[in-house]
Design a protein around this ligand. Structure first.
Ligand SMILES: C[S@@+](CC[C@H](N)C(=O)[O-])C[C@H]1O[C@@H](n2cnc3c(N)ncnc32)[C@H](O)[C@@H]1O
Length: 248
């Protein structure tokens, strides 16, 4: 038998239903065509967000469009959740208060004064989902601004990162994409082990001054894991201690 290789050319199976679980069931039940999501996203959502069901969660979703997904989240998380949906399109205002726990605000995700006003009114957020405009600078700048102000065990999701491979979304130059930025953040996650600075300045985050070895960046100190899925990146927050190992 021929040995399988990682780079064998293969065709993907054509299957519509690609997830399972309560959130996916809500999506499949539909909302008059007002929810727009890729089917394979739901397993990842269930894995990372199910722990918030029935709890007093504060969630921000960037990208409201037809109001379907914010309604789906409200149904999924329950009455104790505070849900905030934002969109650049003023037409989404009609969805403000469509349930008592749904709040809609209009603004640009690249406007940090607008993002700060959301934090002041509703934060700190436990969960943030960026399903907005999906350009590189929107994704990177929104993440840079919002992530440090989240709750210490929160979850940040950047959706539709396949746009990193589509020219129409590269508003910061050909090699500036959220996937490229994520690769850099994987290095930063390991910064407690570095003796050299990592330079993120081109992405808007200035390198910290370092005195001596084994200092680290705030991102590393506050991030437990970066989970990279097809078209989604999840960041799980958790305070980290200085790595320590011993022989016992
Ligand atoms: C993919 S749709 C959101 C879909 C929705 N979350 C759902 O699942 O049904 C993207 C939305 O982002 C909004 N958008 C585009 N650029 C934006 C920006 N710079 N700031 C905020 N929202 C933006 C668009 O108006 C659009 O409604």
């Amino acid at each position: 038998m021929t040995r399988k290789r990682l780079n064998d050319p293969v065709a993907l199976a054509k299957v519509i239903e690609q997830s399972s679980g309560p959130l996916y069931d809500l999506f499949l039940a539909g909302n008059d065509g007002r929810i727009h999501r890729w089917h394979h996203y739901f397993d990842s959502y269930e894995r990372h967000l199910s722990r918030y069901r029935g709890r007093p969660l504060r969630m921000l979703e960037i990208g409201v469009q037809y109001g379907g997904s914010i309604g789906m989240w409200a149904e999924y998380f329950g009455d104790q959740a505070t849900l905030v949906g934002v969109d650049i399109n003023p037409a989404v205002s009609v969805f403000d208060g469509m349930r008592p726990n749904i709040n809609i605000r209009v603004g640009n995700q690249r406007d940090t004064a607008f993002l700060a006003s959301l934090e002041a009114e509703f934060g700190p957020f436990d969960v943030i989902i960026d399903d907005g405009g999906h350009t590189a600078l929107q994704q990177i700048e929104t993440f840079n601004f919002l992530y440090p102000a989240m709750t210490e065990d929160g979850v940040y999701v950047c959706e539709d990162t396949h746009t990193s491979y589509w020219d129409g979304f590269k508003d910061g130059g050909t090699d500036v994409t959220f996937i490229q930025y994520t690769k850099k953040l994987i290095d930063v996650l390991h910064s407690p082990y570095h003796r050299e600075n990592l330079f993120l300045s081109r992405y808007g985050t200035a390198p910290a001054d370092r005195e001596g070895a084994l200092q680290t960046y705030r991102f590393a100190a506050e991030t437990h894991a970066i989970l990279i899925y097809d078209s989604m990146v999840f960041f799980e927050r958790r305070p980290r201690a200085e790595p320590f190992h011993e022989r016992r």
